[in-house]
Design a protein around this ligand. Structure first.
Ligand code: IYR
Length: 237
């Protein structure tokens, strides 16, 4: 069934000079490579406009059938943050002490995480992302969404990049199970908690593990190996 109902419009992203492409690519990589997950936050205020901008950017992500099946719940209220901390710590305590198998605890040991999550109260903002499992059409009938976890993951990646670009920090936090977030935040049953982002500035004395990222060669398979590029030869074709 080919039935295009959108009007289609030309798309001509500005073509850059080869040298500019490489420079911008390298600058973007260098910038993103500075990003670190933070677990010790300052209580310094972050204006709502910055959170709005990050959510706008996140919402530019591609999504299955362009359903944009994500909801960002932005929380700055001290009482709600406290309730989230209490519920998250209750679940995390059970996870760390009873539910997580030894191999998992061992994998986390070098990072030093524990069930205690004081940052949930310290940070100026918590943003909880929900997956919209299904929506409703104009008649109020259920409408399926597609590739929801992929779509929401992509939006979260852009959200993280947007925050980093502003000089803000976050942590991808997944208290488990996360159902308490639906209850505290009063979200409907077609929405499922996906991830929680504390957002703010690192505490003045914040430290992060001195970890290394995998080399390009460890994460890339060229299939087949592309021909060697001749120096000075652009890719104008
Ligand atoms: N959700 C727990 C445990 C945890 C799991 C993984 I995998 C991490 O990379 C970090 C933590 C917590 O937030 O502590």
């Amino acid at each position: 069934m080919t039935r295009k109902t959108y009007p289609f419009i030309p798309y001509r992203p500005k073509r850059l000079q080869d040298a500019d492409m490489k420079r911008r690519a390298d600058e973007f990589y260098a910038h993103m490579d500075q990003r670190r997950s933070v677990r010790d936050f300052s209580s310094e205020w972050v204006p709502r406009e910055l959170i709005e901008s990050a959510i706008r950017t996140a919402s530019t992500a591609p999504s299955g059938a362009h359903r944009q099946p994500w909801r960002f719940v932005a929380i700055c209220d001290a009482d709600i943050k406290r309730r989230i901390r209490i519920a998250a710590e209750a679940e995390e305590k059970k996870s760390y002490e009873e539910r997580m198998p030894d191999d998992w605890l061992e994998a986390l040991a070098p990072i030093g995480t524990t069930w205690e999550k004081p940052f949930l109260e310290t940070v100026p903002w918590i943003v909880v992302v929900f997956e919209e499992l299904f929506g409703y059409d104009g008649n109020g009938d259920k409408q399926k969404n597609y590739y929801v976890p992929q779509s929401v993951g992509l939006a979260c990646g852009l959200f993280i990049a947007a925050l980093h670009t502003m000089g803000l920090s976050t942590l991808t936090h997944t208290p488990s199970p996360m159902k308490f977030l639906s209850e505290i935040l009063g979200r409907p049953r077609n929405e499922k908690p996906y991830i929680l982002f504390p957002v703010g500035y690192p505490a003045e004395d914040a430290e992060v593990p001195d970890l290394r990222r995998k080399e390009l060669e460890e994460v890339t398979i060229w299939n087949p190996e592309p021909p060697a590029q001749v120096a000075g030869e652009g890719s104008d074709h």
